[in-house]
Design a protein around this ligand. Structure first.
Ligand code: NAP
Ligand code: GDD
Length: 336
């Protein structure tokens, strides 16, 4: 009997690592890919592309989701389980302020559309479907508790986080109303060499490399003082899978339990190239030459900011036996 997985966001950072994990575990892996004017959105899964079953689709297109999930179920008679991982999203917080409606349609209503597809199946089929929703520590927003855990109230401060709060609650609602096996992950920031170039860690690592290579003079950032709990995506996709292997569906925080400022991350990244940074306010200089290597620009600041994220992964550790294998030093090393 076959184990099936359907991944939205399969071309993204997490989708690519999750696909690798599930292929290793002999799942038949399906995914939707967005039509793009270039072919570059396949870059992260190019090495496994032939092993995946990919179709065009979009989270804003309910009929494409319905048809894809129907086809998976109908073409795999007597399957053991179908795990649906909803990782697709407009995932950039700053960009969500510029595209709030699209972010809500994809991140909030896209989730509802998948849950509705699952609901149309008979009870017998529904029992074999498990759903994972990619929730985020951004939902804690202007935090009401430190550290943040599953019971910490949400207080979102961006269109992205508001959309994800809807997705979280609708997932819980379908679990409770229809008895679906549906889990919410509440994942703190996780990075990797496959991280998109406009997230701060990848932007910093790329800039430090370019400055070392003489191709860039200075790194320009926004808020240097926000604190993030940064882990490695490989650890986090393992946690997603573990959530769906439990006897009962539940919600879990995945985090490292350590927090670091953007400013400290910049220092660590330069240190990787043996450059020590001294700060004059928000200007970062090479401690030996005095050359300005870091500055800020108002265009990278957000209309409202999440200042402090620190996760408490105790529940995941106790119930899923999940522990991250990477610390921040090891993550930065791999990103370089
Ligand atoms: P990512 O690299 O930005 O990938 C996002 C994926 O979603 C891509 O495959 C993208 O397709 C796809 N997508 C975007 N809009 C879509 C739409 N309308 N229909 C279908 N697919 C769409 O994000 P990630 O870092 O892998 O994160 C995965 C999920 O976890 C996201 O839901 C994110 O919000 C959530 N999350 C991430 C973190 C983190 O720190 N990484 C933390 C907590 C939660 P293209 O390749 O075509 O753009
Ligand atoms: N992107 C970016 N670019 N962020 C910057 C910059 C810059 O030039 N300068 C400072 N920052 C600050 C941001 O203001 C934020 O406080 C912090 O760096 C991290 O920003 P991002 O790397 O863009 O990540 P994020 O924390 O906003 O969101 C990521 O993590 C969430 C989980 O908490 C994304 O992956 C979300 O999808 C995810 O849900």
């Amino acid at each position: 009997m076959s184990k099936l997985a359907f991944i939205t966001g399969i071309t993204g950072q997490d989708g690519s690592y999750l696909s690798e994990l599930l292929l290793q575990k002999n799942y038949k892996v399906y995914g939707i890919v967005r039509r793009n004017s270039t072919i570059y959105n396949y870059a992260r899964i190019e090495h496994i592309r032939e092993k995946l079953n990919l179709v065009y689709g979009d989270l804003t297109d309910g009929s494409s989701l319905q048809q894809t999930i129907m086809n998976i179920v109908n073409s795999n008679e007597n399957f053991e389980v179908l795990e649906i991982y909803n990782l697709g999203a407009q995932s950039h917080v700053a960009i969500s302020f510029e595209t709030p409606e699209y972010t809500a349609m994809t991140d909030a209503l896209g989730t509802l559309k998948i849950l509705e597809c699952i609901r149309t199946f008979s009870k017998e089929i529904m029992k074999k479907i498990k759903f994972y929703q990619a929730g985020t520590s951004e939902m804690f927003g202007e935090v009401l508790e430190k550290p943040q855990k599953e019971t910490t109230p949400f207080n979102p401060v961006s269109p992205y986080a508001c959309a994800k709060v809807y997705a979280h609650h609708i997932t819980k609602n379908y679990r409770e109303s229809y008895g679906m096996f549906a889990c919410n992950g509440i994942l703190f920031n996780h990075e990797s060499p496959r991280r998109g170039g406009n997230f701060v860690t990848m932007k910093v690592v790329n800039a430090v490399k370019d400055i070392s290579g003489g191709e860039l003079d200075c790194l320009t950032l926004g808020n240097l003082d926000s604190m993030r709990d940064w882990g490695h995506a490989k650890d986090y996709v393992r946690g997603m899978w573990l959530m769906l292997q439990q006897n009962n569906p539940d919600d879990y925080v995945l985090a490292t339990g350590h927090t670091t400022s953007v400013r400290q991350f910049v220092e660590m990244a330069f240190m990787h190239e043996n450059v020590s940074i001294v700060w004059d306010g928000d200007i970062g200089k090479d401690s030996i030459t005095g050359k300005v290597l870091v500055k800020t620009d108002p265009k990278y600041f957000r209309p409202s900011e999440v200042d402090y994220l620190l996760g408490d992964p105790t529940k995941a550790s106790e119930k899923l036996n999940w522990q991250p294998e990477y610390d921040l030093e090891k993550l930065i090393e791999e990103m370089f």
